[in-house]
Design a protein around this ligand. Structure first.
Ligand code: URA
Ligand code: CA
Length: 433
């Protein structure tokens, strides 16, 4: 086989065979196929698309380019969740103990990553003693007994994706549905998921700006999942503002605790119940989404979701008493209000910009070596659709520095106040096949 023939075949709009796709991914991962040929093929795919068989073959070729996590010693159907990128996305912290409390096994491998706030592990490390350095045997035992555990990332997962994503980033080929869908799905499958729930964000600040684009991506991923034997469901959700009220590590842990107590922000609660219901159904713990949602609401109301969170923390040496006393979480030295500059209705809170502001406070990492400050962040006091009066606090900045004029300016620029506006729809679509 020759790479040039594969490029020309795709350039001319023909479907590639599984063997041709495997030849490309294996050769590119090993370094036998150069970047210029890989980028040429990526551009051909960008313009000519891929059919369902090609997308499935590409996904599995990327999965097989590296290690695949084996979770077969864990009982039950392991369902993983993926979000295409949220700011202040506290859903994982809530979902993991919540679905575990109704019997869905959550075997989560998580990294620290770069971004506006830390990853799930960083957030959990704001709890005294909590750690993810546990052996694989211990991890398996904990998930079997308590239904939820988190372990640090190990192994060399999807090296083909790392290389290809890096190349796409500099060759104008990121925004291609078959390439995005295979990239995301391969990572979930390599991490051991039997079934997958996807939260595809849309709107300003999201990857997919329109509902139509988001829906096309969601359908592509659901179809890949089902074609390769991983039952998959998706939702399309709004990203015209940050989710929930808290953006920051310890602040999000506090928000997660409140949500598990049934006292969380409405949007976060609704999203968690919707995604959680899909996880429960895919894990065969309920016959339909309605029954699943009732189970989850009951787990919040009767305290078993919160209990599951405490057990999870204790199992990994965390101080579970923070759940009953959130003042034990790291606290920033200053709490500074940001007043509204006019009367009106909030029509936009650009999520990415608020994320950058929280990063400027020290909540996130720009490079892998950066330290993060777990105590800092932002708590929104108003959301899109809310009425505000001049001088009223829009949000509270939790900072360890008093001089934060640049942060305030960024936040003021990210919030629009107009004469009229309305509450955005949070969940646009639910896609089950
Ligand atoms: N996120 C991914 O993981 N891959 C893509 O290709 C795009 C977004
Ligand atoms: Ca949040």
């Amino acid at each position: 086989m020759r790479m040039v023939d594969i490029i020309e075949k795709k350039r001319d709009g023909n479907a590639l065979t599984k063997e041709e796709i495997e030849f490309f991914i294996e050769g590119y991962t090993k370094g036998d196929i150069p970047d210029y040929q890989a980028s040429s093929l990526a551009m051909a795919i960008f313009f000519q698309d891929m059919n369902e068989d090609e997308r499935a073959a590409l996904t599995m070729a990327i999965v097989n380019s590296g290690d695949v996590i084996d979770l077969s010693n864990i009982e039950g159907i392991k369902v993983d969740k993926h979000s295409t990128g949220g700011v202040g996305d506290t859903t994982t912290l809530v979902l993991a103990p919540l679905v575990a409390s109704v019997g869905v096994p959550v075997a989560k491998m998580s990294g620290r990553g770069l971004g506006h706030t830390g990853g799930t592990i960083d957030k959990l490390e704001s709890i005294e003693g909590f750690h993810v350095e546990i052996s694989e045997d211990k991890f398996t035992q904990l998930v079997n007994e308590a239904k939820v555990a988190v372990i640090g990332q190990s192994g060399n997962l999807t090296p083909a994706d790392k290389k290809l994503y890096g190349l796409r980033d500099v060759t104008g080929t990121v925004n291609s549905i078959p390439l995005i869908a295979s990239s995301i799905m391969s990572k979930k499958i390599a991490a051991g998921a039997d079934a997958i729930v996807l939260d595809v964000k849309t709107g300003n600040g999201a990857f997919m700006k329109t509902i139509e684009e988001a829906e096309a991506l969601a359908h592509a991923m659901v179809s890949i999942g089902n074609n390769v034997g991983r039952k998959t469901m998706a939702i399309i959700s709004d990203m015209s503002q940050p989710l929930g009220n808290a953006i920051g590590n310890a602040l999000e842990v506090k928000e997660a605790i409140e949500t598990l107590q049934g006292k969380g922000p409405q949007d976060l609660t609704d999203l968690v119940l919707t995604l959680g219901s899909q996880m429960v159904v895919l894990s065969n713990k309920a016959k339909d989404l309605k029954e699943a949602e009732a189970m989850l609401k009951e787990a919040i109301n009767n305290g078993s979701a919160l209990e599951s969170f405490k057990t999870f923390l204790t199992n990994q040496d965390g101080d579970a008493s923070v759940v009953d006393d959130v003042s034990k979480l790291p606290q920033a030295q200053y709490q500074i209000e940001l007043p509204a500059q006019q009367n009106g209705v909030i029509t936009e809170i650009i999520a990415n910009e608020v994320g950058v502001a929280s990063m400027m406070l020290g909540a996130g990492r720009q490079t892998k070596e950066d330290d993060i400050d777990l105590s800092v962040g932002i708590v929104l006091n108003k959301k899109v659709g809310d009425q505000v009066k001049e001088g009223e606090s829009l949000l509270t900045i939790h900072s360890n520095s008093e001089t934060i004029d640049n942060v305030k300016e960024k936040l003021n620029n990210s919030i629009t106040i107009s004469k009229q506006g309305s509450n955005p729809t949070l969940i646009h679509k639910i896609i089950t096949e």
